[in-house]
Write a protein that binds this ligand. Structure first.
Ligand SMILES: [Zn+2]
Length: 320
């Protein structure tokens, strides 16, 4: 089984020192690519270096709405020059946030920075990974005015309504699901998932955030996670038994999410969609390869070499 983590943050300061082990154990579990999203000017170089170091890492550059206020005057010039020196990169993480944390950031600033990055993604013909919290109306309005997006958009950790799915899909959006989906009621999540066109489904971890709840009783924990109890943190294996289904061990609140936990996301989404794990793995993998095969992408090399042949390079923007 092959999986593609369509959105994560392996450069995050909470896990950067563990990144080599996290990547190798996730790769060993079947994850063959990671779209690693920068969030502010401070981490772009780190993301760029990871892209150079790991063939499995697709670097993505962007300013996340939470970091809009701390941008430098030359942020946009820096961003543009990064895409010139790193043609394998995509755009992200960008977005809009009216949630508890996002409310601290001036919304018109968020919109301005988001729009500029969205227009750049469109101009460069690259997909853009989008964060949206309680601002789906604004997001639809802005994407409609800038779009359509032949190179695709990724609505990451999508928690919007089923009703909005066709509207975003028409503009070129893909819908990416993480452990955050478990915060939605199953009934609502099912309805929304069933509205997503099958060629637009992606899976992600958003690691180190969005730790899923395990249904099978198995989660990967980040070794040395300061939030873990000492006996869990000392294991030489990343794979630990999550006793949440057994009931005795109380999980600490801030446990970091390991990128190999995409398997748990896969199981959950597959169950809600009444699909086999293997079937959803293959579908979401093919969709991700399709999306990330823009000009300059590392995926084009893989495609030329191996198993994902048979797809055309260009996206069709025709609404399905
Ligand atoms: Zn993210």
């Amino acid at each position: 089984m092959k999986l593609f983590d369509a959105h994560c943050h392996l450069q995050d300061p909470r896990i950067i020192s563990k990144a080599p082990q996290l990547i190798s154990s996730a790769v060993a579990s079947g994850v063959s690519a990671f779209a690693v999203n920068g969030v502010s000017e401070k981490d772009w170089n780190l993301v760029k270096e990871m892209g150079v170091k790991y063939p499995s890492v697709v670097p993505c550059f962007g300013i996340h709405p939470w970091y809009v206020a701390e941008r430098s005057p030359q942020w946009f010039e820096t961003l543009k020059s990064l895409f010139e020196t790193t043609p394998s990169a995509a755009v992200g993480e960008i977005g809009l946030d009216k949630g508890s944390k996002g409310r601290e950031i001036d919304f018109s600033d968020q919109v301005g920075v988001f729009r500029q990055q969205l227009e750049l993604a469109k101009e460069l013909n690259k997909p853009a990974s989008i964060h949206c919290v309680r601002a789906f109306g604004d997001l639809l309005e802005i994407t409609k005015s800038v779009g359509p997006f032949p190179a695709g958009l990724i609505l990451h950790s999508y928690l919007g309504s089923a009703e909005m799915v066709p509207e975003f899909a028409k503009l070129g959006a893909y819908f990416s699901f993480s452990g955050f989906l478990m915060s939605m009621s199953e009934k609502k999540a099912k309805k929304m998932l069933k509205a997503v066109p099958s060629d637009r489904i992606l899976l992600e971890t958003d690691s180190p955030d969005a730790l899923p709840k395990s249904e099978s009783g198995t989660l990967y924990f980040v070794e040395g996670d300061p939030s873990l109890l000492p006996e869990e943190g000392n294991s030489s294996q990343d794979l630990e038994s999550n006793a949440s289904s057994g009931g005795s061990m109380k999980l600490p609140k801030e446990t970091l999410n390991h990128p190999a936990n995409i398997h748990t996301v896969l199981e959950y989404v597959a169950r809600l969609l009444d699909m086999k794990n293997e079937e959803l793995a293959e579908l979401s993998y093919t969709n991700a390869v399709q999306l990330f095969s823009y000009s300059g992408s590392k995926l084009l090399l893989e495609r030329g070499a191996a198993d994902v042949s048979g797809h055309t390079q260009n996206h069709s923007t025709t609404p399905s």
